[in-house]
Design a protein around this ligand. Structure first.
Ligand code: G3H
Ligand code: ZN
Length: 286
């Protein structure tokens, strides 16, 4: 069933596992991620960035596609459709009205008071509709779609500000930026675990780890033990798909049927997502 993220993440935090947010880029991602979740009997969050939604034809198209696939697959595991890095109240409202069951409002580039005010407005609307809300403080580095944050701009969230934002906005889930990066890491990730622990002790909502691609298993486990119950992955699925498609096309230069080269790409996404679900501990938790 389609649900918000609230319950699945509270359960994850309580039982020391994380639910993966896997981003959709096109229909093959929706197919692969729903299949992986059902096979693993894992709850799952389908992340949809504004850029990816636009590419697929809009929020309505995404919701209709996901619902139809869940129907035809007979999906039994809990699934959330979540706006990833929502850029404004208007965009979040549009996603909510299109049927998204969860939204992120990312006003992390705004001064704290403005971030709080925008987030609060989104929470008020979302909760009327039973939709969960994720907010962010600090800045995740790297690039996702049009959101580019260079090294100098990337910032670690400040614990006292996190406490204020969570208390004043009533968000369900909170993403403190603590050194994670969108896209591949340059060298080893350097996550701020001391701050993560401090933040976990100051706020009672589950935490989110963005930039899940390329984080070593040890760090994943440590983050989960420090209250991170949602981990976002996009680039790793994209790389696995691209490699498989490239291989299929290279192996047969006269291949042109998209089912024959996208099919192996979809299989590669399924395997990647299943591996993450096992690593995050969400397998068999549906
Ligand atoms: O919001 C989405 C993510 O944080 C994905 O990050 O592409 O580095 O896996 P990633
Ligand atoms: Zn992110």
């Amino acid at each position: 069933p389609l649900v918000s993220m609230k319950e699945m993440l509270e359960k994850g935090k309580e039982n020391q596992y994380a639910v993966g947010q896997f981003n959709l880029n096109n229909m093959e991602y929706a197919q692969a991620i729903l299949k992986a979740a059902e096979e693993e009997q894992s709850p799952v969050i389908l992340g949809v960035s504004e850029g990816a939604a636009k590419y697929m034809g809009g929020f309505n198209v995404v919701v209709a596609m996901v619902k139809a696939l869940m129907d035809s697959y007979g999906t039994t595991v809990p699934v959330a459709i979540h706006l990833d890095h929502g850029s404004s109240f208007e965009k979040a409202a549009e996603a909510i009205h299109a049927g998204f069951t969860s939204v992120m409002i990312d006003a992390s580039h705004e001064p704290l008071d403005d971030n709080i005010a925008i987030t609060k407005k989104v929470v008020e609307l979302a909760h009327i509709h039973g939709v969960s809300v994720e907010a962010e403080l600090g800045r995740v580095g790297g690039q996702e779609d049009d959101i580019i944050v260079d090294d100098a701009e990337a910032a670690y969230a400040i614990p006292s500000e996190c406490e204020r934002l969570v208390k004043e906005t009533n968000v369900d889930v909170f993403a403190p930026a603590l050194g994670s990066v969108h896209g591949p890491y340059k060298g080893e990730p350097n996550l701020g675990f001391d701050r993560m622990e401090e933040i976990m002790n100051l706020v009672d909502v589950p935490l989110v780890l963005h930039g899940g691609t390329g984080i070593p298993t040890n760090d994943i486990q440590r983050a989960i033990s420090l209250g991170s119950a949602k981990i976002n992955v996009n680039t790793e699925s994209q790389m696995a798909q691209a490699d498989a498609v490239r291989k299929a096309l290279d192996a047969k230069p006269d291949l042109y049927d998209p089912r024959k080269y996208l099919g192996p790409g979809t299989e590669a996404i399924i395997e990647t997502v299943k591996g993450k679900m096992r690593e995050f501990g969400s397998t068999k938790q549906a």
